[in-house]
Design a protein around this ligand. Structure first.
Ligand code: ASC
Length: 232
């Protein structure tokens, strides 16, 4: 329980940043943009940032640190594994729906797909996230894999999970910049003149980076690890 007070401060800060990021995404699309709908127009595209920030950043971040919540240490490991896998499954579904929204919007408007670095890295992240989830389920949740296989794959599972999470945040930052450059040009005030929407979305980018920094810190301190099972 070393530094447990600090862990709680970081956890509450991360939760506040996560909720604030989702709120900022909603204010962005409803106040500055066209709102949300599923109509082949910009309001359909807007599901993309909302679902990515909610699912692929906030929910994925919480899924990463569930094992480290001290009050879950008395729950069975299997239950926490189900919560970890369940949150990651929800995040994966929201990420896929958010990609469908973008492709559907592009196709309706004859906008090309998959030409930007944002799209290359982002689609790669969703594919690897899905592989990570399927492999994690097969190896760590189903009762078939021998402990030796689990032990040798665990460092890779942890490394690739953290790498995907950090990559998702980097990809979101590219997406913010892309969208601001596309949306804020004449007749709208140019991005380069720092209109309120640009400042607001840049701030959202900062919030997401700090959220990610806190999650990665909490997930990598060895003394905040869940203690080993007493009876297994
Ligand atoms: C699991 C699990 C662990 C690891 C360990 C190998 O499935 O619950 O603690 O894999 O057995 O590192």
């Amino acid at each position: 329980m070393e530094g447990y007070g600090l862990f709680l401060v970081l956890l509450v800060s991360a939760l506040l940043l996560g909720f604030l990021s989702v709120l900022f995404a909603l204010v962005w699309v409803f106040h500055y943009r066209e709102g949300l709908s599923w109509d082949g127009g910009s309001a359909e595209f807007n599901w993309h940032p909302v679902l990515i920030i909610t699912g692929f950043i906030f929910i994925q971040g919480i899924a990463i640190i569930v094992y480290r919540l001290p009050w879950t240490w008395k729950c069975s490991k299997l239950l926490i594994k189900f919560i970890h896998a369940g949150l990651n499954t929800i995040a994966m579904i929201l990420a896929i729906v958010s990609l469908v929204a973008v492709f559907d919007f592009h196709n309706a408007k004859n906008i090309p797909n998959m030409y930007s670095l944002h799209s290359w890295i982002g689609l790669t992240a969703v594919i690897f996230y899905t592989l990570q989830l399927v492999l994690g389920f097969a190896v760590f949740l189903l009762p078939f894999a021998p402990v030796s296989l689990r032990a040798s794959l665990m460092p890779i599972h942890i490394y690739s999970g953290l790498l995907i999470f950090a990559t998702v945040i980097a990809t979101a930052l590219m997406g913010f910049t892309e969208k601001l450059i596309f949306a804020l040009k004449t007749p709208a005030p140019a991005y380069s003149t720092s209109p309120p929407e640009a400042i607001f979305v840049n701030t959202l980018g900062l919030l997401v980076v700090i959220f990610g920094a806190l999650i990665l810190w909490m997930a990598t301190r060895p003394h905040w690890k869940r203690p080993p099972e007493q009876n297994s």
